[in-house]
Design a protein around this ligand. Structure first.
Ligand SMILES: Nc1ncnc2c1ncn2[C@@H]1O[C@H](COP(=O)(O)OP(=O)(O)OP(=O)(O)O)[C@@H](O)[C@H]1O
Ligand SMILES: [Mg+2]
Length: 273
């Protein structure tokens, strides 16, 4: 597995600036979530990391290797899409084995690697079925198994659970996190669902309008939001906002709301220098 570094990544489509020069790092084995509302540039960022999109400027590094000029195939990443993208005419087994056959690996190695992945995901009993016979949860597992067998440097997942019903999503979320931990897989996971981000991430990159708003652990972005956008976006129910101004009185900082002056408890015993 590799670490990933995104440096000043910029990408526009016509006059739309989808990603405005963002930088962040993902450590080896870390589960990083790109979180933000629809259209904020999450998928574009992920596609640039995968090599499916060429950035207008900026660089992507895997460990210390600049992979920006490399094709998706040469980057050795696994990309799991929202819509599974399984081959409808192939059985689950053949879907999972597909990338290994494409690499030309010997048959025995293929069956060993597929065996490991399907045991991990507990889908041994559906390997003979074609996608149309599978439930959405099973399809997603087959897609995940196909990603795992490749032993990629980095896992990239774009809203992989959004097509699964709510109950199963909860279970799959927990399983996915367990799987990621046991594989020590460097993972970048895109979602607009803050619960998903809070429950799975080691690190959250909060985005809006193509920019990063805050990078931090779930605890940090929840308890210490960097700005109003993050404060509003994270947490359920959301935070309340009351307009006011910060003022100094008698050497202490306080807040004035509707003409009334409040000193927060942690300021009461503290005099300004
Ligand atoms: N191929 C494209 N051609 C033109 N505009 C695009 C293209 N891909 C993305 N965009 C625009 O770039 C912006 C960012 O899109 P992106 O798909 O990265 O957002 P997102 O955060 O993944 O949103 P969602 O949660 O809806 O998937 C949007 O305004 C989108 O319309
Ligand atoms: Mg998207």
């Amino acid at each position: 597995m590799s670490s990933v570094r995104v440096e000043k990544l910029y990408k526009r489509f016509g006059h739309v600036e989808a990603v405005k020069g963002i930088s962040f790092e993902v450590k080896e084995g870390e589960f990083t979530v790109l979180l933000g509302p629809s259209g904020c540039g999450k998928t574009t960022t992920l596609r640039c990391i995968a090599g499916l999109e060429q950035p207008d400027s900026g660089h992507i590094y895997f460990d210390d290797e600049d992979v920006t000029p490399l094709s998706p195939a040469a980057r050795n990443i696994a990309f799991v899409f929202q819509l599974y993208a399984l081959y409808p005419h192939l059985t689950a087994y053949d879907n999972i084995a597909f990338p290994l056959r494409a690499e030309g690996l010997p048959k025995q190695e293929i069956s060993q690697r597929v065996g490991e992945a399907v045991r991990l995901l507990q889908i041994e009993d559906i390997l003979h079925l074609k996608p149309r016979k599978l439930t959405s949860g099973q399809k997603q597992r087959v897609a995940l198994a196909r990603a795992i067998v490749r032993r990629p440097r980095v896992f990239l997942l774009d809203e992989p659970l959004s097509n699964i019903d709510a109950k199963l999503r909860e279970v799959t979320r927990a399983e996915l996190k367990k799987l990621q931990k046991s594989l020590k897989a460097t993972t970048i996971y895109v979602t607009h669902d803050q619960v998903e981000a809070m429950t799975m991430a080691d690190k959250i990159v909060v985005m809006n309008f193509g920019d990063i708003q805050q990078i931090g652990s779930p605890h940090e972005v929840y308890h210490y939001p960097a700005n109003l956008f993050v404060a509003r976006f994270i947490g359920s129910p959301g935070m309340n906002f009351i307009p006011g101004s910060v003022e100094e009185r008698n050497g202490r900082l306080g807040v004035v709301v509707d003409g009334a002056y409040f000193t927060p408890p942690w300021q009461r015993s503290r005099k300004l220098p």
